[in-house]
Design a protein around this ligand. Structure first.
Ligand code: ADP
Length: 542
């Protein structure tokens, strides 16, 4: 017997309809690319998204067309997502921090036909456009007054373009498994791989993300996503926030400590999300200039491992709960979040911080396991680590054009490429990316663990650990540090600080200081570049 409930396809247009119907005047506040703050609400966002969909259809774009965006987090970018999805086309977010050759490769691979671009990136796009044969038109996200001269194909100012529509349009309906969005993984090795989200996965992911043990967002939240929409599906926030009716505050192009602090306080933000580097900048700003965060309740931190000192500072100095999260572009992106279960509710001090340093446990909708190289599931004992595998309704089952097929097995488990262990209460901790793990005498050393402890040293701004070849042990760790401005720590200082905090045999064989550690377009440490830099470096123990 079939159930007798309604067939109500999980389409993303329903999310903005819900926000506009039930929370019409809830504000969407942005720092505009032109400079001033801009205020709108969900009713207006929906109305303008309808105009976008109407114009797209009139100009011949529709089901399955890839429409790129290269834009900061603003109300305009949000409208574009809903307009594009509402006509059945696919938003394809481009990360402007990638190398131009990579961007051209990605745009050609996706065959983007149309591009919405912020003023900031016009010079980049002017150089790229001739290399992307599929690109027919470029819409510049500004008004006539700020529109610069450009020879880009069909270039038009967004606000002028929108004047051509009245918004009298009905969202297109189609199967909920239809593609809604696309995002490429940065591809630290090999070419980037395209991840294709469906309407269904986006809607389910948003329902999963808003839960109390996940992002914990409700209509009374005031959410500031600093993580850009072009990182890993914008952590789903462009859908989750309207779905709950929360106020949305967006940083536009400014993500430095002072600008973030201004938004947090002036817009009375209660919940915010970004990678650890953003929070290190904010904390440095607060240390240098003073300030409090009276409204901030929750800081969601993910993308790379969050150092203990960041968790400690937010919770014990500024009174905001840190939610350490792990995810991937391939997972829409949420995988696990670190809420505190009753089993750990009595912990305090360092014991509590040790739990909060883990990436937490999955919400409903994500299954995970850790296996050895023969695909045998490893025990949840909090120490045995292996390959982390996941599956769920918002986890990729393949990449675009079937790249990387070896990462998906017959039972739909996706091999994340991360190495982790899970404790008896289900808390997962990433110890490394499989390709960064240091193999010393047949045992594995976690580079992330050492890095996180090293940045706890008051004179160390950033730290990275890589494995260098060693005649006796196969590989041994080298610790690469950036000094804090005006400080001058020595190798002995840093090693002394690590002493007693890590196992003796994990102790780096050497410490070197550099001016800068290379980063990926998503702000993560680029270990491949670092390994290249130190190829041939001889450890004193070798
Ligand atoms: P990219 O592969 O381009 O970096 P993603 O943003 O999808 O793109 O990165 C996902 C990866 O980031 C994960 O596989 C993991 O290695 C790392 N990561 C994400 N969150 C965390 C975290 N909280 N702690 C440690 N690593 C993390």
């Amino acid at each position: 017997m079939r159930g007798l409930m309604q067939d109500w396809p999980l389409l993303c247009s329903k999310v903005i309809d819900h926000a506009a119907n039930e929370h019409p005047l809830r504000e969407v506040v942005s720092r505009s690319v032109e400079g001033p703050m801009h205020r709108t609400n969900y009713r207006e966002v929906r109305q303008r998204a309808l105009k976008i969909a109407q114009l797209l259809e009139r100009e011949g774009y529709g089901l399955g067309d890839r429409i790129a965006t290269m834009a900061w987090n603003t109300w305009r970018h949000l409208e574009c997502w809903y307009g594009i999805m509402g006509v059945g086309a696919i938003y394809h977010t481009l990360n402007p921090r990638l190398f131009p050759e990579q961007l051209a490769w990605i745009m050609n691979d996706a065959e983007d036909k149309l591009l919405f671009v912020d003023l900031t990136f016009l010079p980049l796009i002017e150089a790229l456009a001739p290399k992307v044969a599929s690109l027919k038109k470029v819409i510049v996200l500004t008004d006539a007054e700020h529109m610069p001269e450009t020879k880009l194909p069909g270039a038009v100012a967004y606000e002028e373009w929108l004047k051509g529509a009245d918004g009298d349009f009905v969202w297109k309906e189609f199967d909920e498994n239809t593609a809604a969005g696309m995002c490429y993984t940065s591809g630290t090795t090999g070419n980037p791989k395209g991840v294709v989200y469906s309407h269904r996965s986006n809607v389910l992911h948003s329902m999963i993300a808003q839960a109390p043990d996940a992002m914990n967002i409700s209509s009374s939240s005031r959410m500031l996503p600093i993580v850009p929409l072009f990182h890993a599906n914008g952590w789903g926030i462009a859908l989750t926030t309207p779905m709950t009716g929360a106020t949305l505050v967006m940083p536009g192009p400014k993500m430095d400590g002072a600008s973030v602090y201004q938004l947090l306080t002036e817009e009375r933000v209660t919940c915010t999300a970004a990678v650890p580097t953003v929070w290190l900048m904010l904390l440095q700003h607060l240390e240098a200039h003073g300030g409090e965060l009276p409204d901030l309740e929750r800081v969601i931190i993910g993308g790379s491992a969050c150092p203990r000192r960041v968790i400690d500072a937010f919770q014990n100095r500024y009174g905001a709960q840190v939610v350490h999260a792990w995810g991937m572009t391939e997972m829409s992106p949420l995988g696990t979040l670190c809420a505190i279960k009753p089993e750990y509710a009595d912990l305090t001090g360092d014991e509590l911080l040790a739990v909060e340093e883990t990436q937490g446990f999955p919400p409903f909708g994500v299954e995970m396991k850790v296996t050895d190289d023969e695909n045998r599931t490893l025990p949840r004992d909090g120490k045995t680590f292996g390959r982390l595998k996941v599956r769920g309704p918002a986890v990729a089952k393949a990449y675009y054009k079937d790249q990387g097929a070896e990462l998906f097995d017959d039972e739909r488990w996706f091999d994340t490429g991360d190495v982790a262990h899970i404790d008896p209460h289900g808390y997962m901790k990433i110890t490394d990316r499989a390709k960064d793990v240091i193999k010393s005498g047949g045992e594995w050393i976690s580079s992330i663990e050492i890095e996180n402890i090293a940045v706890g040293h008051p004179d160390v701004a950033e730290a990275a650990v890589i494995g260098l070849s060693h005649p006796k042990w196969d590989e041994r760790p080298l610790l690469v540090c950036v000094r804090r401005e005006g400080r001058d720590p020595t190798k002995e200082d840093v090693l002394g600080y690590l002493d007693g905090k890590i196992a003796k045999w994990w102790m780096p064989d050497d410490v070197v200081f550099v001016d800068e550690i290379p980063h990926t377009a998503a702000g993560k440490i680029r270990k491949t570049a670092l390994r290249d830099e130190f190829r041939g470096y001889v450890l004193p123990t070798a």
